[in-house]
Write a protein that binds this ligand. Structure first.
Ligand code: PBG
Length: 336
């Protein structure tokens, strides 16, 4: 059908029509809120490159998590900042490590909020790599057992789901095995399957103090130029037992989200990472863009590309915006 018989503008003429034909609806249900936990009490260290985000001690973490819960956000993703680091990342799988303690408290205070724990070693190793190092080499197979022990310690502390972000080969199978052996077969794995070696992680590495002390992560995280390989990574993780697969970062990799959504029949998560957040915040602060509108457009585009859920530092702001929109749609000015 061509103009003038068809006029696409007919269905754009007011908000009610636009809502009726809208193809993608972002919902608070889609949001997962990442949080950083650190030792101490009353701690709320601002993260400079991520305005509005903090390293939180457990007491403040519970308050922020509860804020998210009350806005309807179903889940948080937890990252720990340990007291000390060593070559074997012992604090990653310590029974009383910071994440393990935080999970226990969170599940005790807000039992219905889903707690997902990031499983990785980079915050806990003194060299900042996601695996055990042998000279300058990241030793894949020697790392698997430590990752599995870390995941198990999180699940034993009460985590609802574990999320390995290290990108070692074979870790999903190792984690699935150890959970099953410990009667934790009901704990799902959200695997960071297609995690690219990205400069967009910069602000996060300040926040979590996890930058590598030598070299970079190119031998384990994916080359940004590759798309077909993402399918292979995702397929491997599914065969190893992943329940949800993740693409990360989100905005520069919308094509990957789209491809994976079309190929795979498991839930797909996308991580709208720290650098994506920082860019919008910075441009908004300069007055160069309308940060709130760009946030909503960005999150909608990630959903439109095919993500079922979005990990985002905007979760609280976006939830407030979505809740407000819902109320606005229902408010009429008619007097009876
Ligand atoms: C740890 C990890 C990273 C992120 C999540 N888990 C950093 C990295 O791989 O260096 C990045 C998250 C973000 O930038 O928001 N492996």
């Amino acid at each position: 059908m061509l103009f003038p018989d068809y006029r696409p503008r007919r269905l754009r003429q007011n908000e009610a029509f636009r809502r009726m034909v809208r193809e993608t609806a972002l919902s608070v249900d889609d949001l997962i809120f990442p949080l950083f936990v650190i030792d101490g009490t009353g701690v709320k260290n601002p993260i400079q490159s991520m305005p509005g985000h903090y390293q939180l001690s457990i007491d403040n973490l519970v308050k922020t998590a509860n804020n998210a819960y009350e806005l309807g956000i179903p889940a948080i993703m937890l990252f720990g900042i340990p007291k000390s680091k060593d070559p074997l990342a012992t604090n990653a799988y310590a029974k009383n490590g910071i994440v393990q303690k935080a999970i226990k408290t969170l599940k005790n205070k807000i039992p219905e909020l889903i707690v997902i724990s990031d499983v990785c070693l980079c915050q806990y190793t003194d060299h900042g790599h996601c695996g055990i190092v042998n000279g300058q080499i990241i030793d894949n197979d020697a790392t698997l057992d430590l990752l599995a022990r870390t995941a198990l310690s999180h699940a034993k502390a009460g985590a609802d789901m574990v999320a390995p972000s290290d990108m070692m080969d074979g870790r999903v199978a190792e984690i699935r095995d150890i959970l099953d052996e410990n009667s934790l077969s009901n704990i799902p794995i959200m695997s960071y399957s297609a995690k690219y070696c990205s400069a967009f992680y910069g602000p996060f590495r300040h926040a979590a103090d996890s930058a590598p002390k030598f070299g970079d992560r190119r031998t384990y995280q994916m080359d940004p130029s590759n798309a077909i390989e993402a399918i292979r990574e995702v397929t491997m993780d599914i065969e190893e037992g992943a329940d949800i697969i993740m693409i990360k970062p989100a905005l520069p990799y919308l094509d990957i989200i789209y491809r994976i959504r079309n190929e795979i029949d498991l839930p797909v998560a996308a991580y709208n990472v720290s650098g994506e957040y920082a860019m919008i915040k910075a441009a908004d602060k300069m007055g160069w863009i309308d940060g709130k509108k760009v946030m909503m457009e960005t999150l909608t585009s990630i959903k439109r590309a095919g993500a079922d859920m979005i990990l985002t530092y905007f979760a609280i702001e976006a939830a407030k915006e979505l809740n407000k929109m819902n109320i606005e749609h229902r408010t009429s000015n008619i007097e009876f």
